[in-house]
Ligand binder design. Structure first.
Ligand code: BDP
Length: 690
C-alpha cells in the first residue's frame, strides 16, 4: 500500500488525477492507514505548515521506516509530494536502539516545527504513526501535543494459524503466513501487516495455533521464522511461537516430555539455544497445556508451574513463557467456570519471573458476555495477562457487525476488589488478542472487523481510552471524517455488541452455539459425551426455570470473587441483570427489575436484539453518500446476513424455551418462523473455522 500511495501522490502532482476521499471503490486493504487527502480548514493548515522532513542525525532501519511512513502519509494527506526546501520542519530525535524499548514518545507541534522525540527508534515510529493519525483526524500541526507511553509491556496478537494454511476459528480466508514459500519469499502482506500493527503499538506476534503443531520446533521451520522476524524487526515486532508441550517426544526422539526429566530439560534448552542463534530477539513460547486434549505437565503428574518453569529456564533471560490458564478437563466434575482458578491460584508465587499466565477475559470461553475472570486479582505474585478474542467465534463470525471495544473496556474497567481493576492487574504483563486476520483482501473478512483489530491495539496501548472514542477514530480513518457520518456510525458501532448479546445469549446465558463449528443456535444439544460440551450444561433450563446456580447453594463459583464483588452478584433481585442467569437459576415467572417476568424479559431482549440490527441496517442505508460503493455494498450485504441470523437466533431459542416451559409468547412477541424440529434439523457442513 505504501507503493500505491506514493504512486497516487505522484500522479496527483502531475495533475493526472485528483485524490478524493470517496472517488473510487476501495477494497479495505489499506485498513486505517488510508490517509485520504485533507479538505477544508485542516487542508489549509497543513498546507500552510508545508511539512518538510529533516534528515535525523541517527538513522537505522526503524528510523527509515518512520521516515517512509511520514513521507507517504503526509504526501497522501496533502495530495502532493512533500517539499524539500523551506517549510515547517518535522524533526526526529530517536535515541538509540535498546533490547527492551519502552515505546514512549513525545510529539509537539508549533507553527514552524513538529518534533518527534523518543528514547529509542521504535518510539519514533509510534510517534510518527500517532502524528499521522492526529493530522488525518484534522488536528492542526501547531495543536499537536502528545506525550505517550504504553500502559503495558506486551501487546500481542495470537494467531491460531496452522502450517497447512487453515486458521482455527478464522473467518477471513486462509492464513496470511505463507509457510510454503518462506523463507525465500516474504510476501509484501507481511510488511503491510507489520505496518498495521506498529501503527497501534502492537509489539509481539505468536504466529501459530495454540493447538500447536510440533513442526514449528523443527529445523525446517527455523529459517522461515527467522525470515519473518527479520521482516518485522524494523517495526518493533518480536516473533513468538506456540510450543507443543510434547515436542521432545513428537520431534525430539525422546520417550517422555516430563518437565522434570533431565533429558527433556536439556532438549528444550538446546532448542531454545538453536532458536536464539537464528533469532536473537525471539520473544518466547506460548503454551496451551492440559486443556482440550493438548499435552502438558499433568500427563506426568507435574503442575503447570513445573511445566512453565522448565521452559522459562530454557529461554532464560532471553524471552518469556506465556502459559495459558484456559484449562478444563473431561474428568473434572467441577463447574467449568471454576476450574482455571482452582488449578492456578494455589500455584501463585511458584512461577518463574519470566513466566506470564494468560487468562481469558471471562471464566468460560469468549462468550458474548461473561463476568470478568475471577483469577484477575487472585494471584498477586504472578504476572497475569488478558487474552481477548478478536475473531468472533461466538459473536457471529465475520458476518455480524459487533464492535468489541465495549466488551473489552467492560472487562478492563471491572473492579476486582483485590488491588484494582483488571487493567491495573494486567499492567505489569500485557494483553493478547486472538487475531482475526486472513487472506481476504480486507484482512478481517468484513470491513467492520478491522475495527476490532484497531480497538484491541489501541486498548493494549492505553486501556483508559473510551470505546466510543476509539470507534470515532477508527471510523474517521477508515471511512469518512464527515461529522454527519461519525455522528451516525459511532452509536451504531457502540450498540452492536449488546445487540449480539440480546439475540444470542441474553441475561447472562452462555455457550448455546452449534456443536463444533459454533455457528448458530443449538440450546437443545444435551447428549454430547462431555457434559460441558452441551449447551444444556450452561442453561440448565427445564419446565420450571432457567440459569446456572453459581451461588453457595449451587457450585459456589461466586466465592472465587472478592467478597465485595461476589456480594454484588449474589441477589438475583438487585444484581446487574446482564449476569442474572450466569449466577442464578430462577423460575420462569421470576420478577426481574423491569417488572416483567423472566420469560417476558427474555423475549423482550431477543426482540430488542433483532430490532437493533434493523436499526443498524437503517442507519447504514443513510450513510451511502459517505462511503465508496464497494465497501458500502460489502457492509450492506453483511448486515443483511446478520439480520437473518439474528432473527434465526431469536426464533430458534424462543421455540426451544417454549418447548420446555409450555408458556405462550408474551403479547406483542411474534411466533417463530419455523418449528423447533425444523431448527434442530438444520446442518452447516461448510461452516468455516473449525
Ligand atoms: C475455544 C475454541 C478452540 C480453541 C480454544 C482455546 O473453540 O478452537 O482451541 O478456545 O482457546 O473457544 O484454546
Amino acid at each position: 500500500m505504501l507503493v500505491n500511495r506514493l504512486a497516487a501522490a505522484l500522479l496527483a502532482a502531475l495533475g493526472a488525477i485528483s485524490l478524493s476521499p470517496v472517488a473510487h471503490g476501495e477494497d479495505g486493504y489499506d485498513l486505517w492507514l488510508r490517509y485520504p487527502q485533507l479538505e477544508g480548514a485542516a487542508a489549509e493548515k497543513l498546507n500552510a505548515f508545508n511539512p518538510v522532513i529533516a534528515t535525523p542525525s541517527t538513522r537505522g532501519e526503524t528510523v527509515d521506516v518512520a521516515l517512509d511512513e511520514l513521507e507517504a502519509g503526509l504526501s497522501s494527506l496533502l495530495g502532493r509530494p512533500l517539499g524539500t526546501g523551506s517549510g515547517g520542519r518535522i524533526t526526529l530525535d530517536c535515541g538509540a536502539p535498546n533490547a527492551d524499548p519502552s515505546g514512549r514518545f513525545r510529539v509537539t507541534g508549533s507553527s514552524a516545527e513538529i518534533r518527534i522525540v523518543a528514547d529509542e527508534p521504535v518510539g519514533c515510529l509510534y510517534g510518527s504513526f500517532a502524528l499521522l493519525r492526529e493530522l488525518s483526524l484534522g488536528r492542526a500541526p501547531d495543536q499537536i501535543a502528545l506525550d505517550e507511553a504504553p500502559a503495558m509491556d506486551l501487546r500481542m496478537l495470537n494467531h491460531w494459524d496452522n502450517p497447512d494454511g487453515s486458521v482455527e476459528r478464522g473467518y477471513a480466508g486462509r492464513s496470511i503466513f505463507d509457510w510454503w514459500h518462506l523463507p525465500r519469499r516474504v510476501d509484501t502482506r507481511m510488511i503491510d501487516y507489520a505496518r498495521a500493527n506498529a501503527s497501534l503499538g502492537i509489539n509481539g506476534t505468536v504466529v501459530n495455533n495454540v493447538n500447536a503443531s510440533p513442526l514449528f520446533l523443527t529445523p525446517r521451520y527455523l529459517p522461515k521464522l527467522a525470515a519473518l522476524a527479520d521482516a518485522w524487526r524494523p517495526y518493533g515486532i518480536r516473533i513468538y511461537i506456540s510450543a507443543r508441550f510434547s515436542a521432545p517426544r513428537d520431534v525430539g526422539g525422546l520417550d517422555t516430555a516430563d518437565p522434570l526429566d533431565p533429558q527433556v530439560r536439556a532438549w528444550w534448552k538446546a532448542k531454545a539455544d538453536e532458536i536464539y542463534a537464528a533469532i536473537p530477539d525471539f520473544g518466547g513460547f506460548l503454551v496451551k497445556a492440559n486443556s482440550e486434549g493438548q499435552p502438558g505437565p499433568q500427563d506426568y503428574g507435574r503442575t503447570h508451574a513445573d511445566g512453565a518453569n522448565m521452559l522459562a529456564d530454557a529461554v532464560g533471560g532471553r524471552g518469556t513463557i506465556i502459559w495459558r490458564a484456559f484449562v478444563y478437563s473431561a474428568e473434572d466434575e467441577t463447574d467449568r467456570a471454576k476450574q482455571a482458578y482452582e488449578e492456578f491460584v494455589p500455584l501463585d508465587g511458584q512461577f518463574a519471573d519470566n513466566v506470564i499466565v494468560q487468562v481469558k477475559n471471562g471464566p468460560i470461553d469468549f462468550q458474548p458476555r461473561e463476568p470478568f475472570h475471577p483469577m484477575f486479582g487472585a494471584m498477586p505474585n504472578t504476572r497475569l495477562m488478558l487474552e481477548a478474542q478478536l475473531t468472533k467465534e461466538y459473536l457471529g463470525f465475520a458476518s455480524h457487525l459487533a464492535f468489541l471495544a465495549p466488551m473489552w473496556t467492560e472487562v478492563l474497567d471491572a473492579e476486582t476488589g483485590r488491588g484494582g481493576d483488571v487493567a491495573d492487574i494486567i499492567a505489569p504483563a500485557g494483553m493478547a488478542g486472538v487475531a482475526n486476520t486472513g487472506s481476504d483482501r480486507n484482512w478481517t473478512g468484513s470491513d467492520f472487523d478491522q475495527a476490532n483489530w484497531y480497538a484491541f491495539g489501541r486498548l493494549a496501548w492505553d486501556p483508559a481510552l473510551t470505546a466510543d472514542g476509539i470507534a470515532r477514530e477508527w471510523a474517521a480513518l477508515t471511512f469518512s471524517r464527515d461529522p454527519a457520518f461519525l455522528q451516525a456510525v459511532v452509536p451504531m458501532m457502540m450498540e452492536s455488541r449488546q445487540a449480539v448479546v440480546d439475540y444470542m445469549t441474553p441475561l447472562g446465558l452462555a455457550h448455546l452455539m452449534g456443536t463444533g463449528h459454533h455457528y448458530g443456535p443449538a440450546p437443545w444439544v444435551c447428549d454430547l459425551a462431555r457434559p460441558e460440551w452441551n449447551p444444556c450444561y450452561y442453561h440448565k433450563a427445564d419446565a420450571r426455570g432457567i440459569g446456572f446456580d453459581r451461588t453457595a447453594a449451587g457450585t459456589d463459583a461466586l466465592a472465587q470473587y472478592a467478597p465485595s464483588v461476589a456480594s454484588g452478584w449474589s441477589d438475583p433481585r438487585t444484581m446487574d441483570q446482564d449476569y442474572l442467569l450466569w449466577f442464578h437459576h430462577v423460575p420462569w415467572d421470576f420478577r426481574v427489575q423491569s417488572g416483567r417476568t423472566l420469560w417476558q424479559e427474555l423475549a423482550a431482549r431477543y426482540d430488542r436484539g433483532v430490532a437493533t440490527v434493523s436499526d443498524m441496517r437503517a442507519t447504514w442505508r443513510t450513510l451511502a453518500p459517505f462511503v465508496d460503493r464497494q465497501r458500502f455494498k460489502a457492509v450492506s450485504d453483511m448486515l443483511e446476513i446478520q439480520q437473518e441470523e439474528a432473527q434465526w437466533w431469536r426464533d430458534a431459542s424462543l421455540a426451544y424455551w417454549q418447548d420446555l416451559n409450555g408458556l405462550a409468547l408474551p403479547a406483542g412477541s411474534a411466533a417463530p418462523a419455523m418449528t423447533l424440529d425444523e431448527y434442530r434439523a438444520l446442518e452447516f457442513p461448510e461452516a468455516p473455522g473449525e
